[in-house]
Ligand binder design. Structure first.
Ligand code: TEU
Ligand code: CA
Length: 544
């Protein structure tokens, strides 16, 4: 594998609305991010991924863009943005932006011109005389009637997010210009939102009845998507030292290789979703109890299939996912399980992604009232569930597990009223179940999750085996155990994790008696019979 900065670096995702409010309006902003650059340095990350800050009516918190070359005034000005790029670079941190080009906002000038009757711009979107039976990824219908021009248009997400017609060469040219605009400003790459959905089958035929979401066979990983991405690579990305990470929904590791194989390089890496199904049946609202094997199996499979030809992303959280400790660990053993999860994940082969708040061990919010939730997806699904005659209680329990808002509550900087995020009431409620979880206390605590994350990053920088080594599962069949080895020439690193709140005996430990423990979430090395609850150990073996 070629050595590159985006394989070696650690990425930190910032959700600007919830990160830090600098001017007391209750909304996070760009100057607020600049204030926290010293914190990012302390943590030790190398790259920031910034969720959308573009002009947007905020139907989907910025994932509905009305102007790709303007900054949402809630977040600041273009001068602030330039300043952010400069200050980050000054601090040795790169920046990637979110590129949301499967769809625009319906308030984008292109869509506005289209519905005013301009045929040129109508061809920027999918307008049809007859509606199709496709379902939106947010629940509900994906084709909506537009009365001004008496046509239906496609929106795979909310009806304020019409899909762009990538068949149209002019659309592709617009997107290329936007990408250049930002790369010329100095940004270092993009996280490409739902990029595997941009190609659609000609004429958008009705979808098979039983598919969820219905219509998906006509747009997921369509061959045209590969054509479009190759075009972007050849004509734009290849001119810059930048990297792209694609968000690819409903994609197998084999299909992922068609994007990230080193020789193809349409994208540099992708976010996969298989392991996000560990506590649900493929669709996140159909919950099932979490079993470690359902996390281990997909993660290991992606490690295996991408091994020599591709590169993985390592993530458990982002702005769309509930908090990982609440899902896969234990809120009761928050510190132990949070550290164990980080150990299990970040020693694998791939680029680590940390989502804001994950590094201090934030957990799901304790919101019981539907009105405490802000997210459009949450409200859509609540309405849909109620329409299908599911009880209020049942829907609220799903939402309490799975709402995207669990990741969107204000970043907890200290334990003041608004957790150091703002002086005013934040745009989204501050949970009451986690005041003691905050950056200030974590920084002063050698046993905090934050301190542990800092150690992981230091180790990763020190030992190339953690970045580039091969991956091999150990004792795959043992329940509640996740163990693997990384190897680069004659150096190896072995990770052994207990996913349960009980001691876990395993003969595996005997094999490592002579090796050095370089990281552990217990104060002492423990014995060689059993792991303690949620224990994680990392062994190093290097020739003398
Ligand atoms: O997410 C894509 C996506 O598939 C999600 O909608 C996912 O299904 C859902 O969040 C699971 O709860 C991306 C962005 O990350 C998300 O924030 C946007 O809402 C969406 O695209 C539309 O742009
Ligand atoms: Ca603000």
């Amino acid at each position: 594998m070629k050595k590159t900065w985006y394989r070696e670096g650690v990425v930190y995702q910032i959700y600007p609305r919830s990160f830090n409010d600098s001017n007391g309006d209750g909304i996070g902003d760009i100057p607020g991010i600049i204030e926290k650059i010293p914190y990012l340095k302390t943590l030790g990350i190398d790259i920031v991924w910034l969720s959308p800050v573009y002009a947007s009516p905020n139907d989907d918190n910025g994932y509905d863009i009305s102007d790709y070359r303007a900054i949402n005034p809630e977040y600041g000005t273009m001068a602030d943005m330039d300043h952010l790029i400069e200050e980050l670079h000054e601090a040795g941190i790169r920046l990637i932006m979110d590129l949301v080009v499967n769809h625009t906002s319906d308030e984008h000038a292109w869509f506005q011109k289209a519905i005013a009757g301009d045929k040129t711009y109508q061809d920027y979107y999918y307008f049809k005389d007859k509606k199709r039976n496709w379902m939106s990824l947010f629940g509900g219908k994906a084709w909506t009637y537009q009365k001004d021009i008496d046509q239906y248009y496609l929106h795979l997400f909310s009806k304020k997010q019409p899909d762009l017609n990538w068949n149209n060469e002019q659309v592709r040219k617009e997107v290329k210009d936007i990408i250049r605009f930002w790369l010329d400003k100095g940004v270092d790459g993009f996280r490409c939102d739902v990029i595997n959905l941009i190609g659609k089958k000609d004429n958008c035929p009705n979808g098979r009845f039983w598919h969820i979401p219905r219509g998906r066979e006509h747009y997921i990983n369509h061959p045209k998507t590969h054509q479009y991405l190759q075009e972007l690579r050849d004509e734009v990305f290849s001119d810059y030292d930048c990297f792209t990470v694609g968000e690819t929904v409903f994609t197998s590791p084999k299909e992922a290789l068609e994007y990230v194989d080193e020789d193809i390089r349409e994208l540099d890496m992708v976010f996969q979703f298989d392991h996000m199904g560990a506590d649900n049946h493929f669709v996140k609202w159909f919950l099932k109890p979490f079993k470690p094997i359902n996390l281990k199996r997909p993660l290991s499979k992606w490690q295996r299939v991408l091994a020599d030809r591709g590169w993985n992303t390592l993530y458990l959280e982002n702005h769309d996912q509930p908090r990982s400790i609440s899902r896969f660990g234990s809120e009761l053993m928050r510190k132990k399980s949070g550290k164990m999860l980080a150990t299990m994940l970040y020693f694998q082969r791939g680029t680590p992604f940390i989502y804001q708040g994950q590094e201090i061990g934030m957990i799901n919010a304790d919101f019981d009232d539907i009105d405490d939730y802000e997210d459009i997806e949450t409200h859509n699904i609540y309405k849909l569930g109620r329409k299908l005659l599911m009880s209020h209680k049942r829907m609220m329990s799903k939402i309490k597990h799975m709402s995207r808002d669990h990741a969107r509550t204000p970043m907890q900087w200290d334990k003041t009223k608004y957790v150091g995020f703002s002086d005013k009431k934040p745009w989204i409620k501050v949970p009451t179940n986690q005041k003691e979880i905050n950056v200030k206390d974590s920084l002063n605590d050698s046993d905090s999750i934050l301190t542990y994350y800092r150690k992981i990053i230091i180790l990763r920088n020190k030992y190339p085996v953690i970045v580039y080594g091969d991956y091999r599962d150990l004792k795959f069949g043992q329940e509640n155990l996740y163990a693997y080895e990384r190897r680069l020439k004659d150096i190896s690193v072995t990770v052994i994790c207990n996913f349960s709140d009980k001691p876990l005996a395993t003969d595996l430990l005997n094999r490592y008696m002579d090796q050095t423990v370089i990281l552990s979430n217990y104060p002492d090395q423990g014995d060689h019979e059993a792991l303690r609850p949620y224990e994680a150990r990392v062994y190093l073996n290097e020739p003398a």
